[in-house]
Design a protein around this ligand. Structure first.
Ligand code: SME
Length: 156
């Protein structure tokens, strides 16, 4: 078993310990973001939650910044916008080896070079996305997608 897979196996067990028995999703997202971020030393690791309408009166659904680790980030992301909005719209994990090659990528940080966004499903709906940014190109692959999907499934 390769090093990355071994690390993810351990992370999944740790995430289970942190999340199972807890009922507040935001608290669970906060710990999962910290767990994954610390384990791999990513540049930015965090959640955007799907919210309906906004306090400022803006109509429509959008992604709203949730618990994260790393530098400050964009607060609002529209449906189908950027990598996060695309993962939401297409209901699938999106792996971006080079953010400059992804049309519409939203650059919250100029230092971000590659990215993965994993949708969080609950009751068949996307309720949030997990977004991870790396300062290196080509950081993420199918192994990350597979294990991060298992980890976020704990939040359903
Ligand atoms: N790059 C993301 C925006 C969120 S930040 O990376 C934290 C996107 O294109 O959706």
């Amino acid at each position: 078993m390769d090093v990355k897979t071994e690390k993810y196996r351990e992370l999944l067990m740790q995430a289970e310990g942190l999340v199972l028995g807890e009922t507040d999703t935001i608290a669970c997202m906060a710990n999962v973001a910290a767990l994954v971020h610390e384990a791999f030393g990513f540049w930015w690791t965090g959640f955007y939650r799907v919210v309906v309408g906004q306090a400022d009166g803006t109509p429509g659904d959008e992604l709203l910044l949730g618990p994260f680790q790393g530098p400050v980030a964009c607060v609002h992301i529209g449906y189908g916008r950027g990598v996060c909005g695309t993962a939401w719209k297409e209901r699938r994990t999106v792996v971006v080896p080079d953010v400059e090659q992804f049309p519409g990528h939203i650059a919250c940080s100029a230092l971000s070079r590659s990215e993965i966004v994993v949708p969080v499903f609950s009751g068949g709906e996307v309720v949030a996305v997990l977004d991870i940014d790396s300062r290196e190109l080509n950081t993420f692959d199918g192994t990350d997608a597979l294990w991060l999907e298992k980890i976020v499934a704990l939040l359903a």
